[in-house]
Each structure stands twice: as C-alpha cells, then as structure tokens.
Design a protein around this ligand. Structure first.
Ligand code: SF4
Ligand code: SF4
Ligand code: SF4
Length: 214
C-alpha cells in the first residue's frame, strides 16, 4: 500500500499482486504500461508528499484508492473513492488467425463472435481483460491500446455504493487527469464529503464535468 497526502487529506492506494508479476491475469507486461504507472504514481507522490501518516487518521477520513492490474479488480476499485483499472483493447491480426474459434469460447463476456472474415470483439461487451490475447494458439490477437479505466464514488460502510466509471484514459492524458482528480479531492472533498456523496448530491454528470473540465 502507498500512502500519500493531498493537501490535508491522507490517501492510501492499494495495489494488486499483478503489479509484482505474481498473477497470470496481470496486464502489467503490456507495452507502455510502466511509463503510465510511473506518471500516475509521480503525480500522486508529488501532490503532498509520500509518507506513512495515514494510520493516524480515522479510516473513514482517509481517501481510499486502488489500482488493479486487470479488470478482475482484486483490490476492490469499485468500492474505493478512486479506482484505476488496467485494460487492453484486443486487436485481431487476421493474417495470423486460422479461424480456430478458441477465442470465442475463452471470452467470459461473450464479446467475441466469429464473422466471415474472422473473430470480432464487440466493444460494448469487452472489459479488456486480455484473456483472448493470451490464449490464442496463433498469437493472432495483440494488446492494442492499453488504458486505465478511472472509477470514482465507491464506498463501504452504512450505505455501500459501487463506484461509477468516470472515464477511460490513455497515456497522453493520464498525468493531467490525475492532477485534476487530486485537485478535486483537495478542493471538494473536505470533511466527510466524499466522491460518493458529491455524486449523489450533484449527479455524476456534474461531478465528471467539474473534475474533467473544471
Ligand atoms: S486484479 Fe487482476 S492482475 Fe491483479 S491480482 Fe487480481 S486477477 Fe491478478
Ligand atoms: S483463437 Fe486466435 S487463431 Fe483462433 S480464431 Fe481466435 S484469433 Fe483466430
Ligand atoms: S479482452 Fe477479455 S473481454 Fe475482451 S474480448 Fe478478449 S477475452 Fe473478451
């Protein structure tokens, strides 16, 4: 766990085992992922300093964040104030594909169908787990664009709430997005006001607008 300060707010960020290469589902070996993660951590670390003071702060006063190295989300990014989830966008290399159909069965989301020209992944069903890519016997599926899904507004406690998917961010916009998120945490989330409360009061659209464009 990484602890850091944003203004007066102590934050804690959980990382999953996939970060250490100890999970076969991890997308951490995707091209460019380490650069993007470094940007994410640098922005967090430079906001108010890295330390170990969060333990002195009551749990409900800490800003809780989580990073998951694949959409399985073992660090529970869906119940944290802010969650980052690594995803890939699979791309079939038709010239290498022998139409065996294995990827259709591998995809738990039923996102892949076999079309006349070869397998096609439906964007609205694909969660970006990369399993089709790993299991293709011809290595005919490549990772395509790597991205982070950014979730906000999850919490546990008396009134549990699942986080909303705020946006998906690629490498170029990641640093700026993290800065905006941290600024929102510092500027809006004082006391007991958390993303979850803010979203419930103002609506997701308004919160997104303020965080992304405010
Ligand atoms: S979130 Fe994914 S990569 Fe991380 S430990 Fe869980 S299954 Fe493995
Ligand atoms: S598993 Fe690979 S080779 Fe088989 S149909 Fe899918 S992409 Fe083509
Ligand atoms: S990345 Fe995962 S969800 Fe998307 S098509 Fe491949 S196996 Fe299915």
């Amino acid at each position: 766990m990484m602890q850091f300060k944003i203004g007066e707010h102590w934050c804690e960020m959980d990382f999953c085992r996939g970060m250490l290469g100890k999970c076969r589902f991890s997308l951490m070996d995707s091209p460019g992922v380490h650069d993007r993660l470094r940007v994410l951590l640098e922005r967090c670390g430079s906001a108010g300093g890295v330390g170990d003071g969060a333990g002195d702060v009551l749990p409900h006063k800490r800003v809780k964040m989580a990073f998951a190295a694949c959409p399985n989300g073992c660090t529970l990014p869906h119940i944290k104030d802010v969650g980052f989830v690594a995803e890939i966008c699979p791309r079939v290399l038709l010239e290498s594909c022998d139409h065996c159909g294995m990827c259709v069965g591998v995809c738990r989301e039923r996102a892949i169908t076999m079309a006349v020209g070869g397998p096609e992944a439906a964007r609205d069903k694909c969660v970006g787990c990369g399993m089709c890519m790993r299991d293709c016997p011809q290595q005919a599926i490549e990772g395509g664009a790597f991205r982070f899904a950014v979730l906000i507004g999850g919490r546990m406690g008396r009134h549990p709430r699942l986080a909303d998917r705020m946006c998906v961010v690629g490498d170029r916009n990641l640093g700026r997005l993290v800065e905006k998120l941290l600024a929102a945490i510092d500027g809006h989330l004082n006391g007991n006001v958390r993303f979850a409360d803010w979203i419930e009061q103002a609506g997701l659209f308004k919160v997104k607008e303020q965080v992304l464009y405010g």
